[in-house]
Design a protein. Structure first.
Length: 264
């Protein structure tokens, strides 16, 4: 899942938010459309991404997301024979980028609309795809609320992703709570859900291990912690998965650094 922040606000005019994120997920437990579990060669997905926001107006923010991916599929060797059943494979390159706008609707909420640019490779012979080759469009409604005087916040997001070229459309849900400890530390918990509308073309698969699977459903959840140092926020996140259909059930870890840059 894309690691865009769950933010229900826009950036002030002339202010930029930058986030560099490194994420790794690794697993060999693939869940088919009926949730039947199948063992596959270990699939590892490394994603380094840059996410950016810029305030065009106080109520209007432009955003962009560009990932760079390395995907590996382990070699399979028989024991004790040593026979190589599969030599393994890997691919490195750009993933599909996104560009969008966030518009402030109310003091508690905003709407986000985005397009996906198909910069990734959707033709790799062993299905190690860095992109899906289609230009999908998504719209999200985001709501957030400070729990002041408690140093905490809560936010939710509901969205629709219109996929083309035979891929099924999707509903997206997310919820997050966070708590500040002093002036430097923040801890939180986030849940993200992707639910397929199951209206895709059965002949469209989307690559090995559910990288860009058609008719995919998956829930991801986990804690995150961040620390503010000299104008930068250093973050660590852990993620587990549940309700996986057409997806690998795999844990993930992410490390990030982010900052605000004011134009004034």
């Amino acid at each position: 899942m894309c690691s865009q922040p769950l933010a229900a606000w826009t950036q002030p005019q002339g202010t930029a938010f930058l986030k560099f994120d490194n994420r790794m997920s690794r697993g060999d437990d693939f869940h088919e459309i009926d949730s039947n579990s199948v063992q596959i060669p270990t699939l590892t997905d490394y994603t380094a991404s840059l996410y950016a926001e810029y305030g065009l107006r106080d109520i209007l923010t432009v955003l962009g997301y560009v990932p760079f991916k390395r995907i590996t599929l382990n070699r399979q060797v028989g024991r004790p024979s040593g026979f190589v059943y599969f030599v393994g494979d890997s691919v490195t390159g750009l993933g599909d980028a996104q560009i969008g706008l966030r518009y402030q609707l109310l003091s508690l909420g905003a709407t986000r609309a985005s397009l996906e640019a198909p910069l990734g490779d959707d033709t790799q012979s062993n299905g190690l795809l860095t992109g899906d080759g289609e230009v999908n469009q998504s719209v999200h409604l985001l709501l957030g609320h400070s729990l002041y005087p408690v140093p905490a916040y809560a936010g939710i997001s509901v969205g629709f992703n219109n996929r083309v070229d035979g891929y099924s459309d999707e509903l997206h849900f997310a919820a997050e709570v966070g708590y500040s400890i002093g002036s430097r530390w923040q801890v939180g918990l986030q849940v993200r859900a992707l639910e397929s509308l199951e209206n895709g073309d059965d002949s469209v698969t989307g690559g090995m291990g559910g990288l860009f699977a058609n008719d995919q459903t998956q829930w991801a959840y986990g804690p995150h912690v961040s620390c503010s140092i000299a104008g930068y926020s250093l973050g660590l996140g852990l993620e587990g998965s549940a309700r996986s259909h057409n997806a690998v059930s795999a844990p993930a870890i992410s490390l990030s650094i982010s900052t605000l840059v004011s134009g004034s």
